[in-house]
Structure formats: C-alpha cells, structure tokens
Ligand binder design. Structure first.
Ligand SMILES: NC(=O)c1ccc[n+]([C@@H]2O[C@H](COP(=O)([O-])OP(=O)(O)OC[C@H]3O[C@@H](n4cnc5c(N)ncnc54)[C@H](OP(=O)(O)O)[C@@H]3O)[C@@H](O)[C@H]2O)c1
Length: 282
C-alpha cells in the first residue's frame, strides 16, 4: 500500500529540528551526491545543523560553497557519468568509513533536458541516463554489501515526473520512473536486513535545475523552496516511507497521473506543457 507523509500545511507536521538532528546522528557514514547546489546543498546544511559526528561526504564535480573540509567533512570530486570515477569514490569511501555503524546514501545528483528527443543532443541525453539512473545503481551496488552488514538507508531523489510519461522531457521523466520503481523494490529487499530505501519525488523546486535543463526564461511553474522540499523528505526518512511526493498539490497530481492510462496522461501532459511553456523555451 502506498503511504504518504501527511503534511496538511507547509509546516504543520514538521517535527524539526530535534527529531531530524537525532536522525542524522544515527549514522556513522553519510554520502550525499550533488551537494554543491540546490536540494543536495540543503541536505548538507540540514546534516551539518544536526551536529552529527558521522563522516559526511559530498560527491560532485564542484565543491559546495562554504563547505569546510575536515577529517569528517569530506568532498570527493567526481563526474558521476563516468563509471570509473564512481569506483574511485567508493575506493576512497572504504578508506574513510568508520569500521562500524549505519550508512546513509542520498543519491541526489541529476539533471534534466527540455525539448524534442534527443534535444540538446544524444551524447547529453545518454549522460543524463548515466547520472540520473546508472550512477545511483552503481554507487549503491558497490556499497550494498556494507549496507547489508551494517544497516542503513538509501534515499533516491526521483521526481513528480516519475509518475507519468512526459513528452518534451521524455528521457528525464523515464530516468526518474526507473529510480522510483527501483527504489521501492529495493526497499522490500533491504527491509529484512535493516536497510530502508526512500524515493523522494519533488515537483518544481527553485534551484539551478531549470537553467541546467536548458530553460532560458522563467517557467512560471509554482515551485517549492529547497528547504521545504528537503524538510518533507527528512520527515519521510524519519518514518522510512518508501516514497514521498513533496508538496500537497504535487501529491494530488501524482495520484491522478499514476491512475490514468499512460497514453492519456502523456497526451494531457503535452497539452499542458505546450500551453504553459511552448514547444521550445531555449
Ligand atoms: N529542481 C526541481 O524542480 C527538481 C524536481 C524534481 C526532481 N529534481 C531532482 O533533484 C535532484 C537535485 O537537483 P536540483 O534541483 O538541486 O538541481 P541543481 O541545483 O542543478 O543541482 C544538481 C546537482 O547535481 C550534480 N550533478 C549534475 N551532474 C553531475 C555529474 N555529472 N556528476 C556529479 N554530480 C552531478 C550537481 O553538481 P556539480 O555540477 O557540482 O557536479 C549539482 O550539485 C536532481 O536529481 C533532480 O533531477 C529536481
């Protein structure tokens, strides 16, 4: 059965900061991908606020602004589109991680692209598949034996787009559908071993995402703040919800789009997107 985190108003059910702080203190190793910006940077901020003594490691191509490196605050530079770099990250983590204690992985790195397939190019599209879908499987897979042995949690940042085929963002939405289904199935497998997985599905969030996806002008989509999105994600992590759609209007939208026949929701989605954004916003 699908269970939702019940958030009546934006802040109504947020049990922060006390419970979230003690949550992050349950882990000895915390790995966040894409902590240099947006949602990932906000996760890192919440983790820092918790004063956890865990080894906290950010993995991205650039160092997060204001990230002070120390023995238990680490940055590993890696392009997650490159499998060899993921292997390098895990080799470094094996040396850094304490011998015992639970592990938290937040697979957050990702990007989108807007336009008719394969715009803005096939190479770019394939890199998106690698970063959004392949990298979380690769990173998690290499750390899975340690997770099974020590217990922990894998958080996958999917998207509202995971619930339906999305024309003009066809590949992006499909990478997130993959991540959502993979995450929920993995949760069933991991649960008896003390490993939980949480798929976080945000709608539009005010970050650099839209610029990265090639939007040259504002999308006028109503967006959540990264703070709100991450606080709702942490609420879901606290109660090990297999999936959370952040924002109540997004939750309603996901409920309907998941129930419509897929060709219908794709056609309706295309009409809505074209009306709001046009066929090209480059
Ligand atoms: N914002 C939204 O509306 C929205 C909605 C639903 C889901 N999401 C998802 O939320 C996640 C975070 O996105 P955001 O909104 O925070 O966007 P963002 O501000 O653009 O951040 C994206 C992060 O991904 C990292 N990244 C991108 N390509 C990478 C690569 N090749 N290797 C390693 N790291 C890479 C970036 O780090 P570097 O550039 O330093 O490598 C950056 O830290 C993504 O998975 C996105 O799909 C976002």
């Amino acid at each position: 059965m699908v269970r939702w985190v019940c958030v009546v108003g934006p802040k109504a059910m947020h049990p922060f900061p006390k419970r979230s702080a003690s949550f992050f203190r349950e882990f000895e190793l915390i790995v966040v991908t894409g902590g240099s910006s947006g949602i990932g940077r906000t996760f890192l901020r919440r983790i820092e606020e918790s004063m956890t003594s865990a080894v906290v490691c950010n993995v991205s191509r650039t160092v997060p602004e204001g990230w002070v490196v120390s023995p238990n605050r680490v940055h590993l530079t890696a392009n997650l589109a490159e499998p060899a770099e993921i292997e390098g990250v895990v080799a470094a983590l094996q040396k850094l991680m304490p011998r015992t204690g639970r592990i938290l992985i937040i697979n957050n790195s990702g990007f989108g692209a807007y336009g008719e397939f394969p715009s803005p190019g096939l190479e770019h599209t394939l890199r998106m598949v690698d970063v959004n879908s392949r990298a979380p499987v690769h990173l998690t897979g290499l750390l899975w034996p340690a997770l099974l042995q020590r217990g922990g949690m894998v958080v996958n940042i999917a998207s509202l787009a995971a619930y339906q085929p999305v024309p003009l963002m066809a590949t992006y939405a499909a990478t997130k559908a993959f991540l959502l289904h993979w995450s929920i199935a993995l949760d069933c497998e991991g649960k008896p071993h003390g490993v939980r997985c949480v798929a976080v599905c945000p709608g539009p969030v005010s970050t650099n995402f839209f610029k990265g996806a090639g939007f040259s002008r504002p999308t006028n989509l109503p967006g959540q703040s990264a703070d709100d999105c991450v606080d709702q994600a942490i609420a879901a992590m606290l109660s090990a919800q297999p999936q959370i759609v952040t924002g109540w209007s997004n939750r309603i939208l996901s409920w309907f789009s998941a129930r419509l026949p897929k060709p219908w929701s794709a056609a309706l989605g295309l009409r809505a997107i074209e009306r709001k954004l046009g066929r090209s916003v480059r």
